[in-house]
Design a protein around this ligand. Structure first.
Ligand code: EPZ
Length: 427
């Protein structure tokens, strides 16, 4: 089991290269199932979830080949080829390890006319149901059966007909599954109240590059005209706006200045607006975004929301940073029911936070002190790393495998801007 050891108090300064987006990679990878041609994805982050997903695709019959990356460089190229779909079953032991496995449901149904996928179950941040995925696929003509913990989806006559569906709740994953199913349906599909995250735009852009017909990209009303078949192509994954926002908080919490190289400003305006409101200087540069904290942080009131609102995936990181902002900050987590798992651990480092249901009040403190803390989920883990970077003394973050799911070479990137952080393998 690895742990991260951080000695806090260093002002971080320099440039951090931003990797390809985890949450885009995990929806672009299953697109390989939609065609018998080769699909090459560039700028893929080297993450546990990406590796797990490619193993899942191998089990379904897709070959995956990785081109090496030069030392110190980031972004791998993977060529995928699903000439045949060898199996249409995504087994429990794969899906329980990584909820995003549910994203093979739509493409398998579209390409093979059937799919059997284990129900993903909940996770640390919430129950994570998939009812909207299933309702959307039924609206496109799928027959859905639930049995023995599995979803069995079938396209009558082997092909979805297309249809209309209005999401009662904005869902990133359900929008992605519906898009990947609709592109090969026989007719026109329309999705209303669809998610608008930049990762959805990345998926639409890839599907169009493969020959799909999609209108309204970037809006909540998507119109998809099904085509007979899709071709392969080469496509680069977008930069990770959440990784970029996380390292911006590292600049904020240490009073430093970090240039987020490769970050795309228009993906993350809600994040950069919040950083500026907290008193950081945000500059859009030729290479990305530079974030500088040259004066005391200001408290904020933040409510998470679907894009273009403030992303739930940035809530824990901002909470850590706002622990050091004099005064009271207010956070409201409107997307997931249990996304304050980082609070007890931050309190052990001296943070002063009150939680009531989905709301939290952060009372700014003078300092935090290093401690041994336990990571519980990906973004909660990052909030503990951020607190460790500014805490007095040493912080040991356990269960670092959570971080490895979403942050490529985290300690290397932080060391490069002056952090004292190292990974130790214990047992
Ligand atoms: C994606 O999860 C991301 N994961 C999450 O990032 C992110 O927090 C989330 O979108 C919201 O932006 C990936 O892209 C792999 P949702 P997803 O469906 O698709 C409810 C991270 O840290 N809902 O948009 O699972 C659901 O319970 C991860 O990188 C239903 O009720 O999220 C939640 O309350 C964490 N029924 C809300 O919708 C459904 O069928 C939004 O969930 C589906 C979702």
């Amino acid at each position: 089991m690895d742990s991260l050891h951080i000695v806090g108090g260093k002002r971080l300064e320099g440039r951090i290269p931003i990797s390809g987006a985890k949450n885009s990679a995990l929806t672009l990878l299953p697109c390989a199932l939609l065609t018998a041609d080769k699909l090459t994805l560039g700028n893929l982050p080297r993450l546990a979830d990406v590796d797990n997903f490619s193993h899942l695709l191998n089990g379904l019959g897709a070959s995956t080949k990785i081109a090496g990356v030069k030392k110190g460089e980031f972004g791998r190229r993977m060529t995928l080829s699903a000439r045949e779909i060898a199996s249409t079953v995504a087994p429990y032991d794969m899906v329980r390890k990584m909820r995003a496995s549910i994203l093979v449901l739509g493409p398998m149904l579209a390409r093979a006319g059937e799919a059997t996928v284990s129900l993903p179950g909940g996770c640390a941040i919430g129950d994570r149901p998939i009812d909207l995925h299933l309702q959307a696929l039924e609206a496109l003509g799928a027959e859905i059966e639930l049995a023995a913990g599995y979803v069995k989806a079938t396209a009558p006559k082997g092909r979805l007909s297309g249809g209309e569906y209005s999401f009662p709740v904005v869902s990133v994953g359900a929008t992605e599954n519906a898009l990947m199913a609709a592109v090969l349906a026989t007719g026109r599909s329309q999705l209303f109240n669809a998610a608008r995250e930049p990762e959805i735009v990345d998926l639409c852009n890839l599907l169009v590059a493969m020959g799909g017909k999609i209108e309204g990209i970037g809006s909540s009303h998507l119109i998809i005209d099904g085509v007979e078949g899709l071709n392969g192509c080469t496509y680069d994954v977008m930069p990770d706006r959440i990784e970029a926002g996380s390292y911006a908080c590292a600049a904020g919490i240490t009073g430093g200045s970090i240039e987020l190289v490769g970050a795309r400003p228009h993906d993350m305006l809600a994040i950069t607006n919040a950083l500026a409101a907290a008193g950081l200087v945000v500059e859009f540069t030729a290479d990305g975004i530079r974030v500088t904290a040259d004066k005391p942080l200001k408290p904020l009131a933040i409510s998470t929301a679907p894009y273009p609102g403030f992303p739930t995936d940035m809530q824990a990181q901002f909470m850590a940073m706002l622990c050091m902002a004099p005064g009271e900050s207010f956070l409201e987590e409107t997307i997931f029911e249990n996304r304050y798992m980082h609070v007890p651990e931050l309190r052990r480092m001296g943070a002063n936070i009150d939680v009531c249901g989905r709301s939290a009040i952060v009372h700014g403190v003078e300092r935090m002190t290093g401690a041994q803390v336990m990571a519980t989920d990906l973004r909660a883990s990052m909030s503990l790393v951020l607190a460790g970077l500014c805490a007095t003394g040493e912080t040991e973050v356990l269960r670092v495998y959570h971080l490895d799911r979403g942050y490529e070479r985290l300690e290397e990137k932080l060391q490069a801007v002056g952090a004292t952080i190292e990974r130790r393998t214990t047992g």
